[in-house]
Design a protein. Structure first.
Length: 271
């Protein structure tokens, strides 16, 4: 037959069945495993972010409450607005109170300047250069007198010249209702006597002697105190005779901070 005579090459080719008719492998595609892992990781990430934001919010609320308690104010700016980015200073004093503080500081400054000026005039008039000095700084005013002017060597009995000068100084100091400290200092040469077993006793006795005379000549005893420092607050070296002579001294000190605290206490008491 003619069909039998057809060669293999000429045999008709059967068409390929459509794709939907082809047999599909079982289960999901391989890329689904990677995609599922990615989605799971993203879900964990967002859950973690949510948990962290909740913790920070609670922490912020605790911080706000702590600030309210520490600052003594009823409201503190909340987060989420412009004010929450700025800490506003809490005024400690009203303008009127601040003005009084400034006026008080100016008054103290003026009074101390007058004391220093008058003591310097006294030094010039009595030719006491090198024996008495007066200075003023940020800490206050200091009148320094050498032991050569005030005492005999190794003693605490005031000399006649020392008494005369201290009376004149007292006439200046008596006008001020400010606390003043009288500080006694020695050099580092040890003293050992029946009256003064050490430099502590000697420096304290000298400060007390000056204090007594100032009080006897008008300085209010409420505003004065005596302190002994022995050799432990030198102004220069103790290795030379000149240095030791400068370290043996009595200082009358107006401490600006002490005066300001006294005034502040009086102000608060009278409010």
């Amino acid at each position: 037959m003619a069909e039998d005579n057809l060669s293999e090459a000429e045999a008709p080719v059967m068409p390929t069945p459509p794709a939907e008719e082809q047999e599909c492998p079982g289960g999901a595609p391989e890329w689904m495993a990677t995609f599922s892992d990615l989605v799971t990781l993203l879900m964990c990430f967002f859950v973690l972010m949510f948990a962290m934001s909740t913790t920070q919010q609670e922490t912020f609320k605790e911080l706000v409450e702590s600030m309210r308690s520490a600052l003594g104010i009823a409201t503190v700016p909340e987060a989420g607005n412009r004010e929450g980015l700025t800490m506003h200073a809490v005024p400690s004093e009203t303008p009127a109170e601040q003005q009084k503080v400034d006026e008080m500081g100016g008054l103290i400054q003026k009074d101390l300047e007058e004391v220093v000026s008058e003591i310097r005039e006294l030094v010039m008039f009595n030719k006491l250069g090198g024996l008495v000095t007066a200075s003023q700084g940020d800490s206050g005013a200091v009148i320094t007198m050498t032991d050569m002017l005030l005492f005999d060597q190794g003693g605490a009995q005031l000399s006649e010249m020392g008494i005369d000068i201290l009376r004149k100084i007292a006439s200046v100091l008596a006008r001020l209702a400010y606390h003043v400290k009288v500080k006694g200092h020695t050099d580092n040469v040890e003293i050992n006597s029946k009256i003064y077993p050490s430099n502590w006793e000697l420096s304290s006795a000298r400060a007390s002697a000056v204090t007594r005379l100032l009080v006897e000549n008008g300085v209010n005893p409420k505003y004065i105190s005596a302190e002994g420092y022995a050799e432990f607050a030198p102004v220069t070296t103790n290795d030379t005779e000149d240095g030791r002579a400068r370290n043996r001294r009595v200082e009358i000190v107006y401490d600006r901070d002490v005066i300001a605290r006294d005034f502040e206490g009086m102000y608060k008491t009278n409010k």
